[in-house]
Design a protein around this ligand. Sequence first.
Ligand SMILES: Cc1ncc(COP(=O)(O)O)c(C=O)c1O
Length: 396
Amino acid sequence: MNNRLEQLTESVTLRIADRVRALGLEGKCVIRLQTGDPDFPTHPLIIESAYRAMRTGETHYCNTRGLPELRDAIAAQIELRYGLNFDPGNEVLVTHGGIHAVMAAVFALVDAGDEVLIEDPCWMPYVGCTVMAGGTPVRFAADVNDGFRFSITNLQQKLTQRSRLLILNSPCNPTGRMLDRKTLQEIAALVLAYDLWIISDEVYEALSYGHPHVPTAALETLRSRTITIGSLSKTYAMTGWRVGYAVGPAKAISEMLKVSQYSITNVAPYVQRAAVTAITSPDVAQYVKDMQAIYAIRRSQVIETMKSLSNLKAQAPDGAFYFMIDISQSGMNSEAFASRLLEEYAVAVVPGQGFGPAADSFVRVTFAAPIQEVIEGLSLVGAFITKLLNSPSDAV
Ligand SMILES: Cc1ncc(COP(=O)(O)O)c(C=O)c1O
């Protein structure tokens, strides 16, 4: 077996998802607060256009960079939102979801032994892709005492002559933190000093709550060394369609294209037609606005619920759709806590440890789920903590 893979363990999030499914088969009703999958259906116009494309014969191999119409739509949307210009001809690549864009970018940039700087906590595929590419993940902790804010000091301490790539994620899964322009400028100074590349994962860019999203590539000095990752999964409730993209300098995109050609050939053309409709249809744009408004209301409802449950603490997220709940007073680590919560209270959450050691006294809950379930789930988390506080010997 490939010994690089032996360094990796199965994804904690997917393991929990499997356990939730197994409990479902046993007839147990579980409150699912573990998944990062919007609970909204994909808009019917998107489905219609995939169906139409299939009916009209778009069921064969197609352009490996992505359909020109989709690359045009992606570039036009980025220009409209952020005033950034990417050439759809050679600076845009359509990928099999954002995860595939991350993988292709890491494989394009990382050589054996290169150090890749990754925040702790983080979305774990950054670590997995780095290890698979033969690189060395170097974790730097977010500031746990300041609601997981990005820590320039912690990043600086981990930089070496072997540092090659920095992975950023804003809005961040799991913490919900966003990078503001000032922090990005501080990051830029280090990136230039150490001559690093950046992968900037911005798949949650459309989900922020009063905080303007600042794309990393909007900083002039970073534009030529940043590969930006986007996805239709979260914004358009299209996780099952598997369509994402990368935009960046032509040289990097053409190296990523090789990874894509040698791994997936192309994204299904009818899925890409659906993606064009998602990005360009005014009806879908309205639907996205409606979903954004609902997420914002849910976020406020979660904050209100937290206030009423005195033993639950969490920092409100700037963006994305997750809360990190502090479980330190339970006396348990996050894995044990989440596992007992699932078995005894039928509430599924993700242990913070699944995102890195810095989050081991937290669990992640999503509000991409019906709000009544979220509120009920949180009450049960509160009840579990109260039980543990009343009988500390039970916290094993
Ligand atoms: C931070 C982050 N990046 C990228 C992705 C990839 O999403 P997809 O592959 O569905 O586009 C996810 C999915 O959960 C995510 O949380």
